[in-house]
Design a protein around this ligand. Structure first.
Ligand code: PBG
Length: 356
């Protein structure tokens, strides 16, 4: 459609004007402007012209797991989110299944006494995550189980990789990540999600999984993961905020970059990622859009802890309507092209979507 629609206001030079129509043929009056509001006049027509929808099937619920029994520890910077002992996490998995949430993503709060320089607890077949995976696998068949591959919940320095002096070693870390991924796959993880941002880890993990017979275990690559301030509350939840030495800017992406995200994603696809992820979410909707547009692969977004905390803080102050802000923020991911969203709001949004 060409704007403006009214030929009378068309400023083309006189010579270019079309010949005047026959005076007797009375052309229907052209509207002076498009009435966009017509399609919005009531809910039935808004429903008909709606371009994007959020469904329960779009949600992935990240869950923090801790030691103990029947424990639900609040996380101060994430109101409404708790660390759950394995039995409580099983209850949440059952709840997710009942709500129709397709998958949960597990993150451990590792006992500080078990953290060391190399994150060796990541390789313990009886570590918290492996036990949680087995418990959920046994009790809740049908729920998708996603586990995070990165060393930060296990290292004394809070980095995702192995540290030598001030440097995060790439290739040595990849070897450790491969071991970690196999450990999770053996416990029964359905989808392995490397969030570490080392180069070459997707190829190495894929090769190792295949070699051990885990051909059907998917890889969800945190392909474009930015060095973001919005991970703060997550680090409280997994207990790495106090221990983290320095920052993660030598491996996570510079928030200033966009073309680089496409290269990261292309690389992970080439290495064997089944699904790619952009993280954080709302501040990086442009990246989600570009990634989906360029590759058309299943593309997930992570509405990270700080995004959740921002909304909840405003709600606690009475400044935002929580349900509305939640649903609008989640729908934005669909509009940008995301196929699914990892969000701490998953159970709440699911309940709302199911009309309760
Ligand atoms: C760990 C990891 C982080 C998140 C997911 N996996 C934190 C980080 O990279 O420091 C952040 C999730 C969130 O903030 O909700 N590699």
């Amino acid at each position: 459609m060409i704007w403006p629609l009214n030929p009378k206001s068309n400023r083309r030079p006189a010579a270019e004007q079309p010949a005047p129509s026959r005076p007797t043929a009375k052309a229907p009056e052209q509207p002076l402007f498009p009435r966009m509001r017509r399609n919005r006049k009531s809910e039935w027509t808004r429903a008909l012209v709606r371009e994007n929808v959020l469904t329960v099937g779009d949600l992935i619920w990240p869950i923090f797991v801790c030691e103990g029994v029947n424990l639900r520890q609040p996380i101060a910077s994430m109101p409404g989110v708790q660390r759950l002992s394995i039995d409580a996490a099983v209850d949440s998995a059952r709840e997710a299944l009942a709500l129709g949430i397709p998958a949960i993503a597990l993150f451990p709060y590792t006992d500080p006494a078990l953290r060391d320089e190399s994150g060796s607890e990541a390789h313990n077949p009886d570590n918290l995550i492996c036990r949680a995976v087995r418990a959920i696998r046994e009790t809740t068949p049908g729920i998708g189980l996603i586990t995070d591959v990165a060393l930060d919940p296990y290292t004394s320095h809070g980095h995702d990789g192995l540290l030598s002096g001030e440097e995060i070693l790439n290739d040595e870390t990849v070897e450790a990540l491969v071991k970690q991924a196999l450990n999770q796959a053996r416990a029964g993880a359905d989808m392995i999600a490397p969030s570490d941002m080392m180069d070459g880890r997707v190829r190495a993990i894929r090769a190792a999984l295949d070699a051990e017979g885990f051909q059907s275990v998917q890889i969800l690559a945190y392909a474009a993961k930015y060095a973001s301030a919005f991970y703060g509350p997550f680090r409280d939840a997994v207990g790495s905020s106090k221990t983290l030495v320095g920052d993660k800017r030598t491996y996570q992406m510079d928030p200033a970059n966009s073309n680089e995200a496409l290269r990261e994603v292309a690389q992970d696809i080439e290495e064997g990622a089944d699904i790619v992820m952009v993280k954080p979410g709302l501040p990086y909707l442009d990246i989600i859009f570009r990634v989906k547009d360029a590759f058309g692969l299943p593309t997930f977004a992570y509405q990270v802890s700080g995004e959740y905390a921002m909304i909840e803080a405003a709600v606690a102050n009475g400044w935002l309507d929580g349900d509305k802000a939640m649903m609008e923020s989640l729908l934005a991911f669909k509009r940008a092209g995301a196929d699914a969203v990892l969000t701490y709001y998953a159970p709440r949004a699911a309940k709302l979507l199911r009309g309760g």
